[in-house]
Design a binder for this molecule. Sequence first.
Ligand code: UD1
Ligand code: UDP
Length: 366
Amino acid sequence: MNILHVVGARPNFMKAAPVYAALRERAGIQQTLVHTGQHYDYGMSEIFFQQLALPAPDVNLEVGSGTHTAQTAQIMLRLEPVLLERRPDLVVVYGDVNSTLAAALVCAKLGIPLAHVEAGLRSFDRTMPEEVNRLLTDQVADLLFTPSQDADVNLSREGISKEKIHLVGNVMIDTLVRLLPLALRKWQGNSMTVEGIVVEQGRYILTTLHRPSNVDDPETLQAIMNALSEISESVPVVFPVHPRTRQRLNVLTDVNLNSALHLVSPLGYLDFLALEGHALAVITDSGGIQEETTFLNVPCLTVRENTERPVTVTMGTNILVGRDFEKLVREVRVIVKGIAKRGSIPPLWDGNASERIADTICRWGE
Ligand code: UD1
Ligand code: UDP
């Protein structure tokens, strides 16, 4: 069977790596890796190929940045000839980024079977570009691999037939389980140095923010930065800044931040995971980081009104603080006092989701 994977943005790489590795172990499978080029900086792309042991892409479509329409259309235009030439038996797409939807649409047009890894997640907020990507990708997928039971319920409600839905667990956790021991070696005793900043276990907060709803509006971004600056007066904050956010920060006028709010470049997976593992808490609007903190049992404050990953709230360590930045500061105070939400690990987040995916794909191909 000839399987072609399409990846494009940072969170795709952690999801594709274990699936690619699991399929490599199966007889009679040839694999092609296509990178759309949606993310292209070394620190947003190549470093993950190295650290996650993903092979170099066979094809890079080099689409780069643009409006959502331009980016999606460019991926479609450039992917179509690749699929026509290579004629895969199955295309595998990951998550909810523009590269995911663009590849899904090309497959639908060409009649090529499609598998969606991380299917069925819903925030029920269609102002999020990712929500539209998820909904449409799932409508045209033939194999839908879900991370949690809520996703199966969502898909059934949308009329997807049960035979297509496979509850396999969370592939992002496969990568975490595999690489956590290596990441934790970055600690020397109780301390770790990253980008010249020394942190101590349990005595810092890790932050990431990149949702357009948080960072694109200068007033909102300013209010978040003020809240983080205030938080850093009681506990140091390490904030690896996504390129979208970096651009928006560059044009903020009132940037008078406390010196314990450390803005650094996006980190490689191992540094980031090492920091996540021993943080007092994480403040984020990332999808994947809500899941990783639940697995790691690290308190997570999510700066969003909703989440497509409700299991991280019901079972895990996640708390939605919404756009109430005073609440954010208050929740951090509670954590600093030693009262943190603890949780449990959702079923099938066990490091073997990619094996279950490989099994299902092989059975499907028989
Ligand atoms: C994208 C995904 C989002 C995901 C995030 C993960 C969509 C709609 N959004 O958001 O779901 O959570 O990736 O990180 O697919 N840029 C660079 N260098 C890069 C990549 C981007 O400088 O390597 C800058 C460009 O100015 C670009 C901006 O960041 O315009 C945004 O990039 P884009 O891929 O459009 O969206 P993200 O915000 O990264
Ligand atoms: N991540 C990383 N370095 C960073 C920030 C995040 O390696 O500086 C990892 C993080 O551990 C997780 C993934 O990137 O595995 C999440 O991707 P991102 O937040 O960009 O996207 P989302 O999950 O929100 O779509």
